[in-house]
Design a protein around this ligand. Structure first.
Ligand code: CMX
Length: 133
């Protein structure tokens, strides 16, 4: 179903602060920063090989990432796998008993289609599936 990783999401309190480590010290290339109000976050994408690191900063304490940071502090938030056919992957996951957090695939960053799987269905790891444009 999956052949590669799209990105790894890391929850941060402040993107500019986090860039001091990821861009300035680790030397990763910053692709851009965008606000995604529908997800309640600002997100910075940094390329490393074929994979991107997504730094996610909450826009409010009430959103998914705001709540996550409140409870756990900053850190690893989710992993996103690439699929060529998100509708098929979505249906296969549903049939296998995974709890999908979206009723159907929806639009995410960069015009891609995404859906989330509940961490309880993935051994404690919040998991995203992505069909990139
Ligand atoms: N990774 C692993 N476990 C997580 C988690 C995460 N990122 N976020 C929450 N959990 C766990 C909690 O620890 C908690 O576990 P326990 O019941 O054992 O205590 C359980 O899930 C429920 O957590 P909660 O704090 O009560 O939060 P909610 O149930 O309200 O929401 C979740 C959790 C995963 C359903 C919600 O965050 C969600 O729908 N996430 C998908 C969308 C998302 O995260 N968007 C932000 C990123 C967007 C982007 O990258 O652009």
């Amino acid at each position: 179903m999956f052949k590669s990783i799209s990105h790894i999401g890391i929850a941060v309190r402040n993107i500019e602060e986090a860039l001091k480590l990821y861009r300035d010290t680790f030397g990763l290339e910053l692709g851009g920063i965008e606000e995604v109000p529908s997800a309640g976050v600002r997100a910075a994408f940094l390329q490393i090989g074929e994979v991107r690191i997504e730094l996610i900063e909450p826009l409010s304490p009430e959103g998914a990432v705001g709540k996550f940071i409140e409870k756990n502090g900053p850190g690893f938030h989710h992993i996103a796998y690439k699929t060529d056919d998100i509708v098929k992957a979505f249906e296969t996951l549903k049939k296998s008993g995974c709890v999908l957090l979206d009723e159907k695939p929806r639009c995410g960053a960069h015009g891609s289609c995404i859906a989330f799987i509940h961490p309880k269905s993935c051994g404690g790891v919040l998991t995203e599936i992505v069909e990139e444009k």
